[in-house]
Design a protein around this ligand. Structure first.
Ligand code: ADP
Length: 332
C-alpha cells in the first residue's frame, strides 16, 4: 500500500535512503523551515555549542527524518536514531541518553508514543543534561543523579498537539512541515528519476507529482510503481502513469483508498456531516489518530472537508469529486 507511513520492505528502505537529500541546499521546498534551521545551526556553530533541541511536526513522508539527518550532517555531528515505540520504560531512555557522546544528535521519531515515565526523564535531560536514575522500589527507593554529555534532541511527531506541554516547551524550535506544491514534488521526482537513471518525460513527472498527496515519500514511490509498469508492459508516457496509478488505487486528485473511504463515509453514511472523529474512525475501521494525523490534513488542505466544532463536514467539491449530490436540501 502506497500510503503506509513505514516502508514495506528493505528495498523500499534502501530506495528511500538513496534518495534522501544530504544538505539543506538539496532539500526541496519548506523554505521557511530551512531558513529557520539554517539560522539555528549557524548561531550554534559560531558559539561553539550544541544546537537547541528541535521538534519537527507534520504528516508522514514530508521529510522529518531527512531533516534530522541533515541537522547532524550540517553541524558535523553524529546522529543516533530511536523512536517513541522503542522507548517503553524510563530505563530504555536512560540507557540511550547515557550512551550519547558529547555533541551527538539524538533523533526520536514518533516521540509522542514514548512511555510517560520516559517523558518525565527527558524533561530534565533536555534542560540540564542530567537524569535521575531510580534504584529500588517503595520506601527504600533512592535516586542517583547522572550527568549526561550535551546533545541535541530532534523529535518528530505527526502533530505537535499530541505532545504534553512540558515536553513541547523544552524544544527551542518547532518546525511545522507543510504539504509540498505540485511544482516542488516535480523537483523531488525529477531529481529521483535522474539518480535512478530513469528515462521519463516531463509530462509524466508532472502528472505523478500532482497525484502524490503533497508528499515526497508518496511521489518517490509512485515514480517507482510507474517505472515497474513501464518495464513490465513496455508502455510509457501518460498511458503508463494512468494505468499504474489506477492499479494502485490512486485517483485523479491523488486520493488513495483510505482517503476515499473516509470521504465516502462522510458523504453517504452521514449525508455530508458533521460527523465526529471517533464515529468516523469506527465507521472506516481505522485508528482515530491515523484519520486525524494522516488522512484529514490532506483532505482539509485540498478543500474536500472542513473541520467544525460539531465534526467533519464534506465540502461541495467533495460531492462533486464523486459525482454525487446531497440528499437533503440545505447542504453545500
Ligand atoms: P518523514 O520522516 O517525515 O516520514 P522522510 O524524511 O523519511 O519523511 O522522507 C521520506 C522520503 O521523501 C525520503 O526518501 C526523502 O528522500 C524524501 N523527501 C522528503 N522530503 C524531501 C525534500 N524536501 N526534498 C527531497 N526529498 C524529500
Amino acid at each position: 500500500d502506497i500510503v503506509t507511513p513505514m516502508p514495506e520492505s528493505q528495498a523500499e528502505l534502501a530506495f528511500e535512503g538513496a534518495l534522501r537529500p544530504k544538505s539543506l541546499a538539496e532539500f526541496v521546498g519548506q523554505s521557511k523551515v530551512r531558513a529557520q534551521l539554517e539560522l539555528l545551526l549557524q548561531a550554534a556553530s559560531m558559539q561553539n555549542r550544541t544546537p537547541d533541541h528541535i521538534l519537527l511536526a507534520g504528516p508522514p513522508g514530508l521529510g522529518k527524518t531527512t531533516l534530522a539527518m541533515i541537522v547532524a550532517h550540517e553541524s558535523g555531528r553524529q546522529l543516533r536514531m530511536s523512536s517513541g515505540p522503542a522507548i517503553q520504560h524510563a530505563g530504555d531512555l536512560a540507557a540511550l541518553l547515557s550512551s550519547l557522546l558529547p555533541g551527538e544528535v539524538l533523533f526520536i521519531d514518533e516521540i509522542h508514543r514514548m512511555a510517560r515515565s520516559a517523558e518525565e526523564m527527558l524533561y530534565l535531560a533536555m534542560e540540564d543534561f542530567r537524569i535521575d536514575i531510580m534504584v529500588g522500589k517503595g520506601a527504600g527507593a533512592t535516586s542517583i543523579p547522572l550527568d549526561l554529555a550535551p546533545f541535541t534532541l530532534v523529535g518528530a511527531t505527526t502533530r505537535a498537539g499530541l505532545l504534553p506541554n512540558p515536553l513541547r516547551d523544552r524544544f527551542g524550535f518547532t518546525a511545522h512541515l507543510e504539504f509540498y506544491s505540485d511544482g516542488e514534488l516535480e523537483q523531488v521526482i525529477t531529481r529521483a528519476a535522474h539518480m535512478l537513471e530513469l528515462r521519463i518525460d516531463s509530462g509524466s513527472l508532472a502528472e505523478i507529482a500532482g497525484r502524490s498527496r503533497g508528499t515526497p515519500r508518496i511521489a518517490n514511490r509512485l515514480l517507482r510503481r510507474v517505472r515497474d509498469y513501464s518495464l513490465v508492459h513496455r508502455s510509457d508516457g501518460l498511458e503508463a502513469v494512468n494505468a499504474a496509478l489506477k492499479l494502485y488505487d490512486v485517483d485523479e486528485r491523488g486520493l488513495d483508498r483510505l482517503d476515499r473511504a473516509v470521504l465516502m463515509t462522510v458523504l453517504q453514511r452521514f449525508d455530508g456531516g458533521p460527523v465526529g472523529l471517533g464515529t468516523l474512525a469506527a465507521s472506516v475501521g481505522e485508528e482515530a489518530e491515523t484519520i486525524e494525523s494522516v488522512v484529514e490534513p490532506f483532505l482539509v488542505r485540498v478543500g474536500l472537508i472542513t473541520r467544525t466544532p460539531r465534526g467533519r463536514v464534506a465540502t461541495r467539491s467533495a460531492w462533486e469529486h464523486f459525482g454525487l449530490s446531497p440528499q437533503a436540501a440545505g447542504h453545500s
